[in-house]
Design a protein around this ligand. Structure first.
Ligand code: ZN
Length: 167
């Protein structure tokens, strides 16, 4: 049995290919992520549950999210002129990102499920907090100067943010 599905990661379609593998133990599961080919390849024993498959895929998706968000933060920090002391990628329920007064930034891994420009907006937003630790007009002016489309992104998250919690 073979099953093909897909997932959108930072604007790119990744194929999810699941193959039942009789030579594996009944509960055995092997997941391979190929960033170049943009696919997840899963070999599963006969008795692997769907929920176990999803969990295993999610682990790989989170790894890729960490790589993408780390490199995007590096690129955008160079544009903004401020870099975080520490960057952590988390699975936060309520916030897409946050910036502490110590200059540490947290981002939700789920941001990579959003269109790239809106993912970038959240990174811009948190980086801008490294200059202005509030939501003053100085903050919004600075954010606009580095991310002119920020209002569209805020709108996008209001309308579509919940969809990022579907997986
Ligand atoms: Zn903010």
């Amino acid at each position: 049995m073979e099953e093909t599905n897909s997932i959108q990661i930072y604007g790119h379609q990744y194929k999810i290919i699941v193959k039942m593998a009789p030579h594996l133990q009944e509960k055995e599961l092997k997941v391979f992520a190929d960033k170049e080919k943009r696919e997840f390849f899963i070999l599963a024993g006969q008795k692997v549950l769907r929920s176990e498959l999803q969990k295993a895929i999610l682990v790989k998706v989170k790894q890729i999210a960490k790589e993408i968000l780390t490199s995007r933060t590096r690129v955008l920090a160079a544009q903004v002129g401020y870099a975080p002391k520490r960057l952590a990628i988390k699975d936060t329920r309520t916030r897409w990102g946050s910036c502490s007064s110590l200059g540490n930034i947290n981002l939700s891994w789920r941001l990579i499920l959003a269109p790239p420009e809106h993912c970038d907006y959240v990174i811009f937003h948190e980086l801008a907090h490294l200059k202005h630790h509030d939501h003053s007009s100085l903050f919004w002016n600075f954010l606009r100067s580095v991310c002119p489309y920020y209002v569209q992104s805020q709108h996008w998250f209001r309308e579509n943010g919940h969809t990022l919690h579907k997986i």
